[in-house]
Design a protein around this ligand. Structure first.
Ligand code: SF4
Length: 333
């Protein structure tokens, strides 16, 4: 369904001005790809079942596909039988979860995205220097729980500018901030500005915590939203970066924007009077789901999609070291 150049086809007159724009980049990031491949290879190597703590990535189709192959998703480690193999999700876990795994004698494979691990290291370093750390993120998100668990005595959560007035620190000259990797870039800058107004000596993280994939997908959706009557974001409701894409699309000028898990959730009424539809997907979304959305639009008289490129991506992460070691030992690396 997707073409860059596309051979124009003859459309009925009422369809002639329609267009479909497709954001690039979109979909799988390097951290999600690594996490999904980790579970697949673990199933191949050790055989089913392989336990996974929490959703490996926040996409219900990905989780269902891995369940069908023998992965068992659990909320907490007490649901995993002693001695079994468990994979930690891309969102990361706190040191307490590693301790519990050791106590239960579990074989662990840590699929935490290296860019989340980087934020954990920053938290440990700031805490080691005895800073109060303001972690910008969403309460209850697994990534936030994992990062906060690195230094619970030093970290407090800030969800947005409205929280800044209630922050209490020990020393206003020793305050640093960190963030969840999948936030809105613009909103986070606003929150940091509000924090800095209260604490002018605020220390920044050494590099951006909002990851390259989140930033690129937001940039790409901004690019296509300006000219769109409707933006469809493919992604699950618990996927922070997918939900942010809807918000960014609306802020960038889209007439309307909706998130869907797949094409079956698109409502026909959304297309009323719509000429330009743009499509993108969150970092945990397989491309097949996007292609199904394009097929849905095609069946309703929309032309082939035109890809709009706003960034190139080539990052690949190596598989977790525990898995690489076992693959090598089995002669499968
Ligand atoms: S969205 Fe960013 S931090 Fe999260 S898994 Fe992907 S690359 Fe890693």
């Amino acid at each position: 369904m997707t073409t860059d150049l596309g051979t124009p086809r003859v459309l009925p007159s009422d369809e002639a001005e329609r267009a479909v724009l497709l954001a690039a980049p979109r979909g799988y990031c390097a951290g999600v790809d690594r996490a999904v491949v980790t579970v697949e290879k673990a199933l191949d190597l050790y055989g089913a079942p392989v336990y996974v703590r929490k959703q490996i990535v926040h996409n219900k189709h990905v989780v269902a596909g891995l369940e069908a192959r023998g992965a068992i998703f659990v909320e907490e480690l007490e649901e995993v039988p002693p001695g079994a193999t468990v994979v930690f999700s891309a969102h990361g876990v706190s040191p307490e979860v590693h301790r519990q795994a050791e106590e239960r004698d579990l074989k662990t494979i840590d699929a935490t995205c290296p860019l989340v691990t980087k934020v954990h290291h920053e938290a440990k370093r700031f805490a080691g220097d005895d800073y109060d750390i303001l972690l910008i993120g969403h309460a209850g998100h697994e990534e936030v729980e994992g990062t906060a668990g690195e230094a619970p005595e030093h970290i407090q959560l800030v969800e947005g500018p409205a929280d800044v007035a209630r922050i209490v620190v020990r020393d206003p000259a020793k305050v640093a901030w960190l963030s969840q990797t999948t936030l809105s870039v613009d909103e986070t800058l606003e929150t940091v500005a509000a924090i800095r107004e209260r604490f002018p000596l605020l220390l920044d993280p050494p590099s951006d915590d909002i990851c390259y994939a989140t930033q690129n997908r937001q940039l790409a959706v901004k690019e296509i939203s300006r000219d769109s009557d409707l933006v469809i974001v493919v992604g699950s409701g618990n996927s922070s970066n997918s939900v942010r894409l809807v918000e960014v699309a609306l802020e960038a000028g889209a007439g309307s924007a909706y998130r869907v898990d797949d094409a079956s959730e698109i409502e026909e009424a959304w297309l009323d009077g719509v000429r330009t539809v743009s499509v993108t997907s969150g970092a945990s979304v397989p491309e097949s789901l996007v292609q199904e959305v394009l097929a849905f639009l095609g069946e309703r008289g929309y032309p082939d999609a035109r890809a709009v490129h706003s960034a190139e991506e080539s990052l690949i992460f190596a598989l977790p070291k525990e898995l690489r070691r076992d693959l090598k030992a089995a002669g499968r690396s």
